[in-house]
Design a protein around this ligand. Sequence first.
Ligand code: ZN
Length: 483
Amino acid sequence: MDFEAVIGLETHIELSTVTKMFCGCSTVFGHPPNTQVCPVCLALPGSLPLINRKAVEYTIKVALALNCQIQSFCQFHRKNYFYPDLPKGYQISQYDLPLGRNGYLEINTEDGTRKVRIHRVHMEEDTGKLIHSGLTGRISEAQESAVDFNRCGVPLLEIVTEPDLRTPEEAKIFLSSLRNLLQYLEVSDCNMEEGSLRCDANISVRRGDMDELGTKTEVKNLNSFRFLSRALQYEIERQKKILAKGGVIRQETRHFDATTNRTTSLRSKEMAHDYRYFPEPDLVPLEISDQWVDEGRRSLPELPGAKRLRFMEGYGLPEYDAEALTSSRAMADFFEECAKRYHRPKIISNWLMGDFTSLLNATDTAVERSKVTPEHLTEMLKLIDEGVISGKIAKSVFEEMFNTGRMPREVVEEKGLTQIADEEELARLVAEVIAENEKATGDYREGKGSALGFLVGQVMKKTRGRANPELINRLLRERLGGS
Ligand SMILES: [Zn+2]
């Protein structure tokens, strides 16, 4: 039987506002436990919440960038449940009147551009954090648990897709496009290690010829791209096996365990009525005027799709390059800074997609934290153009700059990497190489053109890559005769 997977994602994003959603406490990550708390976020009796205007503005921006309809009248609701990381006994969230609805995000898959529909975008507050002592960090095996309320009340954005994704690969592309968009909007750092971007998935499987959806499970704890793919792969296979045997999928919430790569049942799925939602009586409804929406629209930066087109048209870059460079705002900005200082965009692009990206990946460094700046790269490119260093040497200069942050001229001078431009010196090395390589020289004279490449390589070796290969080529040919 042919099965098709149906996936929807629910992402939670911590907004990078200075203060929390309903009080003035700081949102900075990593401070000692319970130092960023007040009566409001600790839910002490008599305290009253106040809506963070900035968080609403950020949410409007995100909803607009995701092509959502903005609700002019929206409201906060109480979502009631008991858990030790939630001192109020309820979370202030949005229910039937979310800020944004019915949007979409375009993603680029191997099969072309696809629209993934966005069901809703709403605001809520984060919970505190439980720390379970014990080897596994899971509550079932813990001796004791501690609670940190610093995160309690941090503004959260929830973005829910329609079940439009079909493969783990597509889900990954969606999440990475969404993260890229949010980083462009500068509303969150989307740091997955620090929990600023968290993802849950709804997964069901159906026979290829069916229209209706199968029973879904919700998988939690997909907090890296790798976990997301692995968890989806596992869960899809698990459901297929059950259905193939004629079994039934139970609607439930499952936990992904990254050490075993499996999902395990956590609890039967809650229904909305389990949460006894009701309008938050301590907050007035939120009216979002057209003027406020217009301000949000005007404040939107150039978004990735538009930037990609401009990179192709304005700089004459191939689509592949434009896509790679705009896949993060930091990289796109880096490129544009370089392009202001150096006039050959394609050369810049080659270095950024090649050496720069591989060094960033190898050292797990973010573009923003790189020691190489646009000044470094463009000065180095000028040194190549001026014939001071060869393209080959430039690779090691680049690596040195990347590791130390020193300027290219310094590196070149200190390491004696300048290109040998002295023809006499090169001619002497050419003569040496000819004398040492009788066989290759003979081959070349007998018409074997490829032998020349070998001889050029030998001269380059003697200069430790500091010669201009074209010049050596010419000198060798002059010396050996022939064309
Ligand atoms: Zn507080």
